[in-house]
Write a protein of this length. Sequence first.
Length: 561
Amino acid sequence: MFYGALREYEAVSAETTFADGSTRTAIDVRRFGWMRPLAGDYAFDFAKIAPLYAGDPSSRQAWSETIARTRAMARPRAAVAGLLAAQQAHRGAPPAAREAAQRLASTDTVAILTGQQAGAFGGPLFTLLKAITAIQLARRTAREQQAEVVSVFWVDAEDHDWEEVASCTVLDSGFQPHTITLPEPDGAGERSVAALVLDARVEHSLDELADALGETEFSEWLMSSLRAAYRPGVGMADAFARWLETLLGPHGLVVYDSSDPAAKPLVADLFARELAAAGRTATLAKAAGDALTARGHQPQVIPQPDSVALFHLDGARRLIRRQGDQFVAGENTFTADALTQLARTSPTLFSPNVLLRPLVQDTLFPTICYVAGPSELAYLGQLREVYESFGVPMPLMYPRATATLVDSATARFLGKYDVPLEEFQPQDESALNRLLGSQLPQSVEQAINEAEDALRRTMERVIEVMPAVDPTLAGAARTTLSKMEQDLRGLQNKMIQAAKRRDETLRRQFMRAQAQIFPLGHAQERTLGVVYFLNRYGPAVIDRLLSALPLELGQHWVITI
């Protein structure tokens, strides 16, 4: 059974070899320092944090109950389906994506959502992993719950952090990292990403990307597809949505640009209610953050008591703060009634912050589950009572799949030498030295160990009898022992260096694996762009992930592509 008697889904084998010889290996996420401890509790000890969430995503009953709650809430389904159709027509979405969007008009259809900022050229690998997880969950839920389920990707296009989305890192043919940064459009950092328009300089960035990636059999397809999405005159968020739709639209993924002004009137009441009860969302989220802390986890958001979970848009994005019976946004001051009324009549002048964005999302879409990254999982754990206060059903939360993709040569290296994955992270040669040391003939290692033991026994005897001659010489004897041990370790290190020179092939294999697994010392999925893998393996990498990436909680997957 899946993680014990209460886990209802069957576990996937920890190590699998496929018919083509490729492999898939599972590693417990709790081994990795970059993973939040919350991810471990969510997978292996859900009862500990259960009060913070809507239900256990490993329970079939939780899925059934969530589907029923979601279907019971009235939503502007026809309007949402209409604005999705308009977005898809504008972008030229694939037929499968358009058909999926149309199904959302039905009161029986539910959705699995995920989302991310509009990262350069599709963002890092984890963006693709989120979307793949959502597609897989939608397919599984449709089978098991006999329901109409659509996967939706929410492009977080109203974010203003240009630095967060501007760059893409890839490896060249020699496995050296290159970071390509898009030139700043007018208004970068002040206007939303959706409002930033690419200019002619994007063509130079695409050329730079092509040079860094190097030529493969897939390069022509990749670069022509990218140039069709990322071209002068196209908005940054629009380009991202087009590219994601090109990759995953044929698999039925519905891409939604959250900056669409046509959607704002559909959530105007939500904005107005947030202002009418100013401070309530912050108070509830703060209390849930304290509960998270009491369970041993760091809250992601610590809202201020006077904060409102909305921004005011006046060319730039302004925080709204409550001051007595008034609101302040930038240099503007509003009465409470005036700003609340403005939210109802002109909702395009407002944007939700991180605490209200999930409720906007789940007011528009019949969301039964949100596929979350580690940080998202933390702040979503602060929102259960916020959902209840607005009368919006809280969906289940499902941690996105986490994975490292390696080529066959690196997979063989990992299989042969069994080096723990996390040992590749330090950007030094400590792990390589340990590996090379382990490859020394056993007789050499045995001789060194015997010499250390003999030296220590002999010198301890000398130190023991030294006081009979002169008590002050005991310290000198211990110093001598320390120097002799150091010399012996130096000799051992020289042998390892000699092994490095002798076995340069092993060293190259290690460095090659390290560059793939922890580029620049960081987790691959958070560092390398999706385009790197598409250039090496072509669009088949998506099919591979859809078929080989399990939905099992609490596991990091090393997959041969």
